[in-house]
Design a binder for this molecule. Sequence first.
Ligand SMILES: C[S@@+](CC[C@H](N)C(=O)[O-])C[C@H]1O[C@@H](n2cnc3c(N)ncnc32)[C@H](O)[C@@H]1O
Length: 255
Amino acid sequence: MEHIERVEEAFTRQAETFDAYAAKAGGDVVAMVCEALGAAGGGRVLDVACGPGAVTAALAVRAREAVGLDAVPAMLEKARERCERAGLSNMRFEHGKAEALPFETASFEAVVTRLALHHCVDPAPVLAEMFRVLRPGGRAVIADVTVSEDREKARLQNALEIVRDPSHTRMLPLSELKAAIEAAGFEIDAQTVWDAPREFEQWMEIVNDPQRTAPLRTIARALAEEGRDAGMGLSVRGGQIVFFHRWALVAARKP
Ligand SMILES: C[S@@+](CC[C@H](N)C(=O)[O-])C[C@H]1O[C@@H](n2cnc3c(N)ncnc32)[C@H](O)[C@@H]1O
């Protein structure tokens, strides 16, 4: 099976549940992404792997035009509905792959991607495409969840994430995420890192795949009780399995 087929399967199944969660994912990330774009956010703006369009819709409030691209039609449908409900008309959505953006070189003032690199087989071609479509002097914002710099903890967290959702490939530690952004040609000028508290049961509801919930609950509880936090603060509090996602928002520009 090609990885993109796993993405299609997972995000078609999650269309309703992820749509309901997207606006509040990670706290105030949508507003942070918009703010980090500065004046570039008033131009033509691209949201790569836009999902149900929570970020795209917020970008469209200020942008000349906001464009959202995603590989999954069910997600694009949710994105269109969200923008329609908000009365927005200066946006459009495209079906496609982040690794081969169907846009002209240097055709956007700003490009963003949130919560998507860890679903791609390799972040390098995605970042290279984001760099290509951005105008020189344009601004990029990459926001994603990250893993510990400790390799063993990182391996454990990524394994748990893949058991929950096979479309997950690999969350990167912040150092590797930044190196990948720079390797694509960007100059990083700001970064913010924070922990968003999560509850296991709510996390499993989003993925909407009950067959995975029971075994993963058992594994997560056993790890937590053994004091293995997987770099994600895995623990049991008041009988509930809790953890955090460590977010990173990196703002960069194309020289
Ligand atoms: C966790 S959702 C995040 C959606 C949105 N960026 C947000 O933050 O609300 C991940 C999205 O990435 C999309 N995706 C994953 N891999 C992709 C790829 N290679 N090309 C385009 N879209 C992709 C999925 O279809 C899904 O909508």
